[in-house]
Design a binder for this molecule. Structure first.
Ligand code: NCD
Length: 306
């Protein structure tokens, strides 16, 4: 059974096809409005979410399908001690496809190994978030026209930020990519990603704590929230949370066609005044996420028939 646990589960060609489908959905939504009639998506979210869960659900409704939802661990049998494997087997009896978010790294992988229907990882702990990456890729494609020859700055919590991990993984397959890692020393990108993704694919990268010094070279600036829920103590979080705040002044030296991205939710990382700058793309990411999730649900349900 085909699932999506890691963005590397999709080939470059498959990503191109998903983008093509998403663009067709944008142009011709009526063509897709009955495609999932009679099908059910189960959203199992054991961690907070607004965009990811609602965009999966909106995606399924726009395909003519239905939704079953667990929106917190405390309201499901997980609170009684049920294993992820048993939950996956159970939900396979009710639904046709699962989107799962879980605080434990690897939980969606375990779910996929036990479910008889496709499982989509909607974020597992500080590990991966492949469907946010699909939203990010469609945004980059629509803003930049393609994926090659881009310098991408990732700024903020690069240690725990799962959206960063997945997007770096996805971009490392394209040519002419340069990565600039901007974070406090305590929140640097994990070394396993530098070794297994950046070094392995020969992607040039640099690391700095200073956002302003690298601003002029960036084509994309991917801002992130400091992931409070993954910290061991509140003091460290309070010390690091406002390390980077992007404001209008800091954008003065940026390229005129810079694309400012953020997976959201934003806390303080981007001042609200930046929202009206044409370079702000983060609310476009939100909408693109729905289209890519529609394309992904269609693909996985189609493959499940085979
Ligand atoms: C992100 C996540 O859950 O990892 N949010 C999202 O899905 N758009 C980013 C975050 O929570 O900071």
């Amino acid at each position: 059974m085909r699932s999506l646990i890691d963005i590397r589960d999709l080939s470059t060609q498959e990503i191109d096809e998903l983008i093509k489908t998403a663009c067709d959905i944008i142009e011709n939504p009526e063509k897709y409005s009955e495609k999932c009639r009679g099908k059910k998506l189960a959203t199992l979210f054991f961690e907070p979410s607004t965009r990811t869960r609602l965009s999966f659900e909106a995606a399924m409704y726009e395909l003519g399908g239905n939704v079953l939802s667990v929106s917190s661990g405390s309201s499901s049998s997980a609170a009684k001690g049920e294993s992820v494997a048993d939950t996956a087997k159970t939900v396979s009896c009710y639904a046709d496809i699962i989107a799962m978010r879980h605080p434990k790294e690897g939980a969606p992988f375990v779910a996929a190994a036990n479910a008889s229907i496709p499982v989509i990882n909607a974020g597992d702990g500080g590990h991966n978030h492949p469907t946010q990456t699909l939203a990010d890729l469609l945004t980059i494609y629509r803003e930049k026209g393609g994926f090659n020859n881009l310098t991408i700055g990732f700024c903020g919590d690069l240690k725990f930020g799962r959206t960063v991990h997945s997007l770096i993984s996805a971009m490392s397959r394209y040519t002419g990519i340069k990565i600039v890692l901007i974070s406090p020393l305590e929140l640097k990108l994990p070394s396993y990603i530098k070794k297994d993704v950046l070094k392995k694919n020969g992607i040039p990268y640099s690391q700095t704590t200073d956002l302003l010094s690298v601003m002029p070279e960036l084509d994309i600036l991917y801002m992130t929230r400091v992931q409070r829920e993954r910290f061991f103590n509140e003091e460290d979080y309070l010390r690091l949370k406002d390390s980077y705040i992007l404001d209008v002044k800091k954008l003065e030296t940026a390229k005129p066609d810079l694309c400012v991205m953020h997976p959201l939710p934003r806390v303080n990382e981007i001042s609200v005044a930046v929202d009206s700058d044409p370079r702000a793309c983060y609310f476009k990411q939100v909408l693109n996420g729905k289209y890519m999730r529609m394309a992904l649900i269609l693909k996985l349900l189609e493959e499940a028939k085979k």
